[in-house]
Design a protein around this ligand. Structure first.
Ligand SMILES: [Ca+2]
Ligand SMILES: [Ca+2]
Ligand SMILES: [Ca+2]
Ligand SMILES: [Ca+2]
Length: 332
């Protein structure tokens, strides 16, 4: 008997996940989101009774019970950028994007608040402003999207979402530093403990009732600094006419320039120049970049000699990369 029972339990345990897998979609379908009944909708119900009275059927109605659907107050705020919004230092009007949703069943003004001075991060943005995505394209458009007016907060229809932008001026900050900025949205009618009632303040004359979100929500977005710096280090080696290293007339000086970019960003239009010192003469076509020879004329390669100095154009240099430039002069 006990063997049989044990066998049955094992069998049951094996089949249970399969049944859950089959039933899962059905459960999801049966609980699929239906739009909640709009606040202010009357719900009326009348009962009926009938009975036989001397061969005829008599029907009577009860009084009608009429209720109004109250207004739920629910707000959700979600940071919508896919990750840290990267920016160079000293950049104005860098945009963070949020979604604000009225999860309630009636129209509700949503009061917005921003906290740019969160603790525990690396810096605070300056001159922070809030904009509403008036044209609804999800992108901040200067001159089109409207500055948030605390005296006239946006009214969101039931279940409506809007996009809200925070614009901040980024101060001087270092590569890799982050800043947290928090957006809060609160139902204008009121917020607080779920179930709190604001009598008669719901759409259509019913009550307004704080929903499970507390009718207020907040989320944080982040700025991250991407920057790069360039270190340039110069050294020289000497080869004299005798195979030694004495700095006599006729000795060749090889100058070595190491350009090293640091940081997570990149640098544009990097050009390394060096002038030919007095009492020396440039050795024609002696410029090399990372071991590859460059011509003295200004042409498609990165190097040139203009009669008084050399120049090598590195273009855009990513942080973490380094380039070595060498050229030679002879002591007169
Ligand atoms: Ca309302
Ligand atoms: Ca901060
Ligand atoms: Ca827009
Ligand atoms: Ca050249």
């Amino acid at each position: 008997m006990s063997t049989s029972r044990r066998h049955y339990r094992v069998s049951s345990a094996r089949t249970l996940p399969i049944w859950l897998g089959v039933l899962g979609p059905l459960f999801l379908a049966s609980t699929a989101h239906a739009a909640p009944t709009p606040a202010g909708t009357p719900i009326e119900n009348t009962a009926t009774a009938s009975y036989d009275d001397g061969g005829s059927t008599v029907t009577i109605d009860s009084n009608t019970v009429s209720l109004i659907v109250d207004e739920l107050l629910d707000i959700a705020v979600t940071w919508a950028d896919p990750g840290d919004v990267t920016t160079a230092p000293d950049t104005d009007n860098v945009v963070l994007t949020f979604t604000v949703t009225n999860g309630g069943n009636g129209p509700e003004p949503v009061v917005l608040g921003v906290d740019p001075n969160r603790a525990g991060d690396d810096f605070d943005p300056d001159a922070v402003t809030l904009f509403i995505d008036t044209d609804g394209n999800g992108t901040y458009d200067a001159g089109t999207d409207t500055l948030y007016d605390p005296g006239s907060p946006p009214v969101l229809a039931a279940e409506e979402s809007i996009t809200v932008f925070i614009l901040g001026d980024i101060p001087s900050a270092s590569d890799g530093e982050r800043s947290e900025v928090q957006l809060t949205g609160t139902a204008a009618t009121g917020s607080g403990t779920p179930g709190t009632v604001f009598a008669g303040q719901g759409e259509g004359g019913g009550d307004a009732v704080v929903g499970s979100t507390g009718a207020t929500d907040e989320d944080s977005g982040f700025y991250a600094i991407i920057d790069a710096d360039l270190d340039l280090t110069k050294s020289a080696t000497v080869l004299d006419p005798f195979g030694g290293t004495t700095q006599v007339p006729g000795a060749i000086i090889t100058y070595r320039l190491v350009a090293e970019a640091t940081g997570s960003g990149s640098l544009d239009n990097v050009v390394i120049t060096d002038s030919i010192p007095d009492d020396t003469s440039y050795v024609d076509d002696s410029i090399t970049l990372d071991g590859t020879g460059l011509t003295d004329v200004s042409d498609a390669d990165a190097g040139e000699f203009d009669g008084s100095g050399i120049a090598v154009s590195l273009g855009t240099v990513a942080g973490g990369s380094s380039n070595i430039i060498e050229f030679q002069v002879v002591i007169d």
